[in-house]
Design a protein around this ligand. Structure first.
Ligand code: VG1
Ligand code: CO
Length: 542
């Protein structure tokens, strides 16, 4: 060990949530706060002699944090760090670099879909050697270390200039500054039929991609405009900004309202998509038609074989528990395994590593495959484009074809954001207490068949994860799920997930909120959301 030991900490509350540790930027950048969390991470995973990947989504404090982490890595005996130029790496690109270089792990500087800037959020996530988010066993060890430590080790040497690609030294440690886009773009080119997509653009196909002033801008410009020939200007908000230009980089109809409005309006292009702060989420919109993320996973699974990277078919499909069952119906038709995991990408890692699944997804605009170990926004957009190019169908036609074949699974998520903690916990506690008595209870014109607190038994490593969300299933196939967000930094966010399947073509054109109205009412009756929170309606509906 080299460098200086600075006495500091421990800090309470450095417990990684659904996806790393997220706090207000002001808190993360306060003296010793980032440093103590990084020291806990380096100690917990054993840094000496290791190779790490480092990068982030360009939000405020990212470059400063990268410089601090490099000086700490050197002082903790790390052998080599591969860093994206300007400390930029999308989350899927970081996952790919870890795998490509056989690195031992990586540190991603992002609070993902949370707003950025000095009055926004910052985050740090540790990924393991498979390229995926650290599993609960590792994050628990990091958290335990945050409470044990008494300071951190840091080199006095300045970090190298991260604007320059190439090899640098920091004391005994090698720092390799790499182009953040090149390897990722090559991976995409190996998976998809770029020739067919290029021909589709050349024939007049139009699209808009909203990078939301976050990390996907440079990736999308390189891939969509330069390599695939989409018109210049196809990528909107293409320059990553420290505060994301004041945007909330969460690709959904509420926060990507400009793109959404464009696709629903008279001048709509053929296709629209958006990504989030760190590039792992995607929203897909066709001309006049919104594609629900759960449906997107199902449609991609049913058609993935049309892309060269998946021509051999799928091994299996996994979805998070609150994600709709639309993908299960595709798995059944394909005769492949279907898995249901807790919320958060870390739970897909073992299934992907074991070769049990090829595609996986979450209702929260996350879709991905075994090409990396993170969800991947641009990957999903390219798979959609590949399918559109090969079939010649529009997004609307593909959706309607899908519903004809598999039925339509109406789905919506209602978020009650920034609630005071007490009423949010009261909603959860109240429903949890009533679960055992619910089966058989008549609600509206149906009755409860199953009510539980979801527990996951990992079929690969045998680990158990309890209390992953309250779910209530009805005799008519409707279902609702209730859980608290693990990515917020203010109060509590309650997520209500709603689903109702129909095989009747007469239903397919129904508005989802209307088709779900009975299960929405049932959820409020059983969970008492309106009365306990005093909120008449959700803040964000997707
Ligand atoms: C949310 C989503 C979850 C997703 C997670 C990280 O978590 O619901 O599906 O994996 O964000 O996404 P939560 O605990 O707030 O519900 V990202 O793009 O913010 O890394
Ligand atoms: Co994200």
């Amino acid at each position: 060990m080299t460098g200086t030991f600075i006495t500091a900490g421990p800090f309470e509350g450095q417990k990684p949530g659904t996806s790393g540790l997220r706090k207000k930027t002001a808190q993360f950048s306060a003296p010793h706060y980032l440093e103590c969390f990084i020291q806990a991470t380096l100690t917990a995973v054993g840094a000496k002699g290791k190779t790490l990947v480092l990068g982030g989504d360009g939000r405020a404090f990212g470059r400063e944090a990268a410089a601090i982490i490099l000086r700490m890595a050197a002082a903790n005996g790390v052998a080599k760090v591969i860093v994206g130029r300007d400390a930029l790496l999308s989350t899927p690109a970081a996952s790919h670099l870890i795998r490509l270089h056989g690195a031992d792990g990586g540190i991603i500087l992002s609070a993902s879909h949370n707003p950025g800037g000095m009055d926004g959020d910052f985050g740090v996530k540790y990924n393991i050697a498979n390229g995926g988010p650290a599993p609960e066993s590792v994050t628990a060890e990091i958290h335990a270390e945050t409470l044990r430590l008494s300071g951190y080790r840091i080199s006095a040497t300045a970090a190298p200039d991260l604007t320059q690609e190439g090899s640098h030294r920091l004391d005994d440690m090698l720092v390799e500054v790499v182009n953040p886009v090149a390897d990722y773009a090559a991976l995409m080119e190996s998976l998809f039929d770029f020739k067919a997509i290029r021909a589709m653009f050349a024939a007049g196909f139009t699209m808009k991609f909203d990078a939301m002033c976050a990390v996907t801008g440079p990736y999308a410009v390189e891939i969509l405009e330069r390599r695939l020939g989409a018109a210049p200007g196809t990528v909107m908000n293409a320059t990553p900004l420290p505060d994301f230009g004041g945007m909330h980089p969460d690709p959904n109809p509420t926060w990507a309202a400009d793109l959404y409005g464009l696709l629903m309006g008279p001048d709509a292009p053929d296709f629209g998509a958006a990504s989030d702060g760190d590039g792992d989420r995607n929203m897909v919109v066709g001309r006049g038609i919104y594609v629900n993320p759960s449906d997107s996973l199902a449609v991609l699974a049913a058609n993935a074989h049309l892309a060269p990277g998946y021509a051999g078919g799928l091994k299996g499909i996994a979805r998070s528990m609150p994600t709709s069952t639309a993908a299960d119906r595709v798995a059944k038709a394909l005769g492949i395994e279907a898995h249901e995991t807790p919320t958060g990408w870390k739970f897909f890692g073992n299934l992907l590593d074991a070769g049990r699944i090829t595609l996986c997804g979450e209702e929260s605009f996350g879709t991905g495959s075994d090409h990396v170990r993170e969800k991947d926004g641009l990957w999903a957009v390219l798979l959609w484009l590949n399918i559109l190019a090969v079939t010649g169908r529009s997004v609307r036609e593909l959706m309607e074809d899908h519903w004809q074949r598999f039925g339509r699974t109406f789905y919506s998520r209602h978020d009650y954001e920034a609630l005071p903690v007490a009423p949010a916990e009261a909603v959860m506690a109240g429903l949890r207490q009533s679960l055992s008595g619910l089966p058989g209870t008549v609600v509206g014109d149906t009755s409860v068949t199953l009510a539980d607190d979801f527990a996951y038994h990992d079929p690969v490593d045998g680990s158990e994860s309890r209390s992953q969300g309250l779910r209530v299933v009805f005799a008519n196939g409707a279902r609702f799920v209730l859980r608290l967000s693990g990515t917020g930094t203010e109060g509590a966010t309650l997520r209500l997930y709603l689903e109702q399947h129909s095989d009747s073509p007469a239903d397919f054109a129904r508005d989802p909120q209307e088709a779900l109205s009975a299960v929405i009412a049932a959820a409020d009756q059983l969970a008492k959301i309106t009365s306990l929170t005093g909120r008449p309606a959700a803040d964000v509906v997707t």
